[in-house]
Design a protein around this ligand. Sequence first.
Ligand code: NAG
Ligand code: NAG
Ligand code: NAG
Length: 355
Amino acid sequence: MTFTALLLLLVSSSVPAAVAVLFNEPRIFGEDATGYGPIFEEEPVDVVYTEDSPDKRISMNCRARANPPAAYRWRRDNWEIKLMEQPDEHYSLVGGNLVITNPIQKKHAGTYVCVAKNIYGTVISKEARVKFGFVEEFPDEEREPVRVMEGQGVVLLCVPPKAWPEEVTYRWIYNEFPVFLHTDRRRFVSQKTGNLYISKVEAQDAGNYSCFVSSPIIGKSVYSKFTTLIPLPPDDGEERKYPADISVKFGDTTAMLASNITIECFALGNPIPHIVWRKVDSTDLPANHEISESGAVLHLYNVQYEDVGAYECEAINTKGKDWHKAWLYVESAPEWAETINNTQVDIGFVRLYAI
Ligand SMILES: *[C@@H]1O[C@H](CO)[C@@H](O)[C@H](O)[C@H]1NC(C)=O
Ligand SMILES: *[C@@H]1O[C@H](CO)[C@@H](O)[C@H](O)[C@H]1NC(C)=O
Ligand SMILES: *[C@@H]1O[C@H](CO)[C@@H](O)[C@H](O)[C@H]1NC(C)=O
C-alpha cells in the first residue's frame, strides 16, 4: 500500500514537467514560427434588451489575436448563424462583433458563442445570453371600492404584473398622476409585494389609489386601475382602538457574504404602533445597519458571518404588542483555491502526436 501511494505521488509530481514540454513542442514543429492560433482578447457578455430601448440594436463583442487574422462566426443556441450564406436583415458582422438590429424576442433571445478560426486552430468563446426585459401591463378589470371604519387598519393590494428582471420599485399614485402618496409612520408601501398598508384609516385618506411599478433596469413604469378608499365615520362618533398587529412579516433570508439586505416589518393598530428591531441573543443590532421608513425597514450592509441569527421586530401601542421573528443566514460564493487561466491547446498537434 505504502509503495503504491509513493509511486503515484512520483508519477503525479512529474506530470507538470511533461505538460510543459508538450506545450512547447508545437513551436519547434511549426512551419512558420510567427503564425499562431486565435486567442481571445474580448468575449461576448450577457445582455438585457428591452423593446422600448431607443437604438433598437444589440451588439455583442468578440475579438481574437491571431496570425493570420481570425475569421469569425457566431452560433445561437448551437445553430450556426449563416451570416454569409443567408444574409439576414437583423444580423451583421462588424469586425468580430455581432450586431442585431431590431431584435425580436422569438428570433434573437438565446445563448450565443463566437467562434474565431484561422489555419492554426479554432477557439470558441464563453456563452453570452441575450434576454429580453419587460414589464407587463396591469389587467384592465376595475377594482372594487374599499370601505373601512376610521381607526381601523387597511391593506390595498398591488398585485403587480410580471416583470423581468424582477427588481422593481413600488409607489402609489394618490388621486392623479403624478401625485404620489407620502409614506410615514401610518402608511407603508412594501417593496416586496407593492401593497399599501395604512395602520389606522383617517377621514383624509378618502380618495383613489393606484399601484405604480417601475423597473429601473429597463426604465419602464406601469400603473394599476384605481381603488377608491371610503373611510366610514365610527358609529358612535368615537374611533375604536386596536392593539398592534404585525401584517408585513419578513421570512427567513439567506444573504451572500458582503451583500446588502433589507427586511420589512409593519403593523396595523390604533394608536399607530411603534416598531422596535432587535437581534435575538445580542444586545445590539450589527453596526452596519440602518432603519428607514419610520422604523418599518431594516437594512444590513456588507453582511458578515457574525450577523447570522434571528432578528425580531416588536410592534407596540397602548392597546398591546405583537412580535415577529425570522432567521438570517449568510453564505459565501464558492471560492477557487486556484484560478485556472484560459489555455490554448493545439488540437491538430495533439492528434498528430497520438498517431
Ligand atoms: C375617484 O374616482 C371616482 C370614480 O372614477 C371619481 O368619481 C372621483 O371623483 C375620484 N375622486 C377623487 C378625489 O379624485
Ligand atoms: C451596499 O450598499 C452600499 C451603500 O449604499 C453600496 O455602496 C454598495 O455598492 C452596496 N453593495 C452591494 C453588493 O450591493
Ligand atoms: C493566470 O493569469 C494571471 C494574470 O494573467 C496571472 O497573474 C496568474 O499567475 C495566472 N495563473 C496561473 C495558474 O497560471
